[in-house]
Design a protein around this ligand. Structure first.
Ligand code: GNR
Ligand code: NI
Length: 168
């Protein structure tokens, strides 16, 4: 098991579009384990492979209070089930320290595969629906800051740039 380093905005690698997973092998299952370890350690309720610089369509999620309900989401597809939207304050492990409201559809159907390649379908609302959409955005190279005004986004970029310079 190992903790994986998480890329931070505005790292251009976060803009990579992830490729579908075609081989459900032990290497994939080890990556999924490491992603869960990294996500729980952070701590976060979701993690997309893009954030750990692996550009494949792999997501780990656990929105449960007890952190005992891991969900593996590979090659996801979603369908919006209702007109209703949800405004939720979002954060991101790749945009540490910033939390802003984002509006998204609040009821979705997810079709995805698990780490064995088995397909499943799940209906989600509220936090789980938001989290799934947030993670799928990562696989498309998209971040929650892209929904904010250009001014807010550039303020966040300069603050993180400054922090990153201090770390080096
Ligand atoms: O831990 C996380 N919390 C969160 C809160 C509201 C909406 C989305 C999220 S996902 C985030 C972890 C993360 O960055 N996943 O990509
Ligand atoms: Ni995120």
């Amino acid at each position: 098991m190992s903790l994986l380093p998480i890329l931070e905005f505005p790292d251009p690698r976060l803009r990579t579009i992830a490729e579908p997973v075609t081989e459900f092998n032990d290497e994939l299952r080890q990556l999924v384990k490491d992603m869960f370890e990294t996500m729980y350690d952070a701590p976060g309720i979701g993690l997309a492979a893009t954030q750990v610089n692996v550009h494949q369509r792999i997501i780990t999620i656990d929105t449960s209070e007890e952190k005992d309900n891991p969900l593996v989401v590979i090659n996801p597809q979603i369908e919006v089930l209702a007109e209703e939207t949800e405004r939720m304050q979002e954060g991101c492990l790749s945009v540490p320290g910033f939390y802003e409201d984002v509006v998204r559809p609040n009821k979705i159907r997810l079709t995805a595969q698990n780490e064995l390649g088995e397909e499943y379908v799940l209906e989600a609302d509220d936090l789980l629906a938001v989290c799934i959409q947030h993670e799928i955005d990562h696989l498309e190279g998209k971040l929650f800051v892209d929904y904010l005004s250009p001014l807010k986004r550039s303020r966040i970029r300069s603050k993180l740039d400054k922090l990153h310079r201090q770390k080096v």
